[in-house]
Design a protein. Structure first.
Length: 369
């Protein structure tokens, strides 16, 4: 009798544990769907600064790009040049060509020009600390875009402000998209690049969110250099398909660049552009990514940076530094673009350019037309 009671009690406990586990899984899926719904809402309200110093005139700014082949870095350059023209500043660009040595060389070239400011676009500021210290010692103001994992002034490098969305929130939204779409059953491959602190931080954050989903599984974590995606990704994709087969339902990449080279391999394997694996990017929102999402061509979603707006923010942070004021504290909200909302988020330019009047807002702050 006692044995039967014990067995019944054990069975009841297991049943209760199963119910509790199911409830937790359902709650996470519900949370994921709520996060996705919020992130896909229209971005038409200005949430940035409304006051600041008037334009400091006659400045020279050099944008040292990590790699101009990267759509995010290029998009920011366009916005920074646009804002610099409005402010009456002289603007120049140097391409680091996607390598640490090339970025270091570009920084040295920029310092030799003796500008008032250097903008580090898409290079790891800590990795380039020696050159940045040299610039700072010469009185050159430094701001960065994606120069580290967190927005604002940087620890370990002389950067007045790093402009970026919250990388951890970006990673969360991308991962939640996979969890929501799969109803908590995603089989995920994560793509990241350990050469960049912000990239590997996003990659590991996405991995951790998928691991919190009881019915999901991280099938692989691929540390693949962004600078060599064109050569590596096609064969890597084929290998992963052979190893994982239909278990691979979703990809989470820290940048759209990985998907620039993935489509042909998926097509050769006979997979449809709107089928599995669903490719989701936690970064940038390049023009090619927008086109793929619009055409349902082997990319399902991207968490884009408001690149042009961030170019204007970089100019505003520089103007605050020139005026000896603190950084603005502005961290752009996280947004998710899918085939369902791309019509109002992309427009004909295939880039995320928020309809929140940021140009007029900054012009008003600066006192220019």
């Amino acid at each position: 009798m006692n044995g039967r009671v014990i067995l019944m009690t054990t069975a009841a406990a297991l049943a209760l544990a199963a119910v509790a586990s199911s409830a937790r899984a359902d709650a996470l899926v519900d949370d994921a769907k709520a996060v996705v719904e919020k992130a896909t809402a229209r971005a038409d309200k200005w949430e940035g600064p409304t006051s600041g110093p008037k334009a400091v005139a006659k400045k020279t700014v050099v944008y040292v790009a990590g790699d101009m082949r990267n759509g995010g870095i290029l998009g920011v350059a366009h916005g920074l040049k646009e804002a610099s023209d409005v402010l009456g500043w002289t603007y120049r660009e140097i391409d680091g060509q996607g390598t640490v040595s090339g970025q270091a060389s570009g920084l040295s070239q920029a310092i030799a020009l003796k500008p008032d400011a250097i903008v580090v676009g898409g290079s790891d500021a800590v990795q380039q600390k020696a050159g940045l210290d040299d610039a700072a010692n010469q009185g050159i103001v430094i701001v960065g875009w994606h120069a580290g994992p967190k927005p604002g002034p940087m620890d370990g490098a002389p950067v007045f402000a790093n402009v970026t969305t919250d990388a951890m929130e970006v990673a969360k939204v991308a991962a939640m998209k996979a969890i929501a779409d799969s109803n908590g059953k995603a089989g995920v491959v994560v793509f990241a690049d350990s050469a960049y602190a912000i990239a590997i931080a996003k990659g590991r954050a996405m991995e951790s969110w998928i691991k919190k989903c009881e019915g999901c599984k991280v099938l692989a974590f691929e540390d693949t250099p962004l600078a060599d995606t064109a050569n590596r990704v096609p064969q890597l994709t084929t290998t992963l398909l052979q190893q994982l087969g239909p278990k691979w339902t979703h990809s989470l990449a820290i940048n759209d660049l990985y998907y620039d080279s993935m489509g042909p391999s998926l097509q050769v394997a006979g997979l449809k552009g709107d089928g599995d694996p669903q490719n989701i990017s936690a970064g940038d929102g390049s023009e090619s990514a927008y086109q793929r999402i619009r055409d349902k061509d082997y990319q399902a979603a991207t968490v884009p940076e408001p690149l042009n707006m961030q170019g204007w923010q970089l100019a505003d942070e520089l103007n605050r530094a020139f005026a000896h004021e603190k950084w603005s504290g502005f961290v752009p909200g996280v947004h998710l673009v899918t085939a369902a909302n791309i019509a109002f988020d992309g427009g004909p330019k295939n880039v995320f350019d928020p309809d929140n009047g940021y140009r007029d807002q900054y012009k008003t702050i600066w006192g220019v037309k």
